[in-house]
Design a protein around this ligand. Structure first.
Ligand code: MTE
Length: 301
């Protein structure tokens, strides 16, 4: 018998997730509980650092649509309806349209990716995401040659999102990537974590994860993806361009105007634990540094 989890809230999507996880694991000829299988499959891109607990990951959140405090999303996101869900893919693509999440998931291989997540506020976690490479979806939609950036938008549904009823940000939450960043194999769309459906407070049913950038680039609960020619407006950059650049690559040498970015506090490590030294590109430099060859990272911050 399978254990009860987040999946029981949205059984249909869960079935899709689980079916794909099992299919992927089956192809590798592995046996044992689902979680162990997923872990084995993920090793190539995953860190071997110890993941944070499910409780930490799903109770210490930034999701301003549900409030400002770290505990607000876990408290308030339960009301969010995530099924049915569609993602509108448009702009410079061959096959624009409204893509139902079920259809998106049919065409992809779900993997576990254990990534570091470094928030611009100076804390970090290690999260075992379940997801697939963003580029597989973009390739399905057919990227036209003129597309240089990808813009993302989060759902706006004031009746289910108490934070949206106040003017904390100019809703919808918007983010963007340059096309080469979006097509990079480390960039994933995640639909779960710890082998389960994505908790709503973590961005159900589908969110971006870009592990070498500050966490705010990893936009949650995505309803729109647009391929565009010009660098798109992004929420935090619009809010305060001096503090939040478009690129927002993790960089210990470029401080936030109001605090240092040289070190970070690992959530769950205890109040007196020493801070960790923050790494350039959050430690993913071997894979991504070449994307920025020739760019001055203190100007393109
Ligand atoms: N996406 C939306 N739509 N709204 C948000 O407030 N917060 C961002 C990012 N994505 C945010 C969002 C920030 S600041 C961080 S650090 C990460 O989500 C946090 O992800 P987590 O709660 O899964 O750790």
């Amino acid at each position: 018998m399978r254990r009860l989890g987040w999946s029981d809230v949205t059984p249909r999507a869960d079935w899709l997730n689980r079916r794909q996880i099992l299919a992927g694991a089956g192809a590798l000829g592995l046996a044992g509980p689902a979680f162990a299988r997923i872990e084995a499959k993920a090793s190539r891109f995953s860190t071997d650092e110890k993941p944070n607990s499910f409780e930490e990951i799903s109770n210490y959140n930034n999701f301003y649509e549900f409030g400002l405090d770290k505990g607000d999303p876990a408290q308030n996101a339960g009301a969010l309806t995530v099924d049915p869900w569609s993602v509108e893919i448009g702009g410079l693509v061959e096959r624009p349209g409204s893509y139902p999440l079920d259809d998106i998931l049919k065409g992809v291989t779900l993997e576990e990716r254990i990534y570091r997540l470094r928030c611009v506020e100076g804390w970090s976690m290690v999260v075992p995401w379940i997801g697939f490479e963003l580029r597989t979806l973009l390739e399905r939609a057919g990227v036209q040659p003129g597309a240089r950036f990808v813009a993302f938008e989060t759902l706006v549904r004031p009746e289910e999102m108490p934070g949206v009823r106040s003017r904390i940000l100019d809703w919808p939450y918007r983010e963007g990537l340059r096309i080469d960043e979006a097509m990079h194999p480390l960039t994933i769309l995640a639909t779960g974590l710890y082998g389960e459906e994505m908790p709503k407070q973590n961005g159900a049913p589908i969110r971006l994860v870009v592990p070498w950038k500050y966490g705010f680039k990893s936009i949650k609960s995505i309803v729109r993806i647009s391929l565009v020619e010009k660098m798109p407006a992004t929420s935090w950059n619009v809010q305060n361009a001096r503090e939040y650049g478009f690129y927002s690559n993790v960089n210990p040498a470029v401080d936030h105007p109001r605090w240092s970015q040289a070190s970070e506090r690992r959530i769950g490590s205890g109040f007196f634990a020493p801070r960790i030294e923050t790494q350039l590109f959050n430690g993913y430099g071997d894979q991504v540094a070449q994307l920025y060859a020739g760019q001055d990272l203190s100007v393109d911050f």
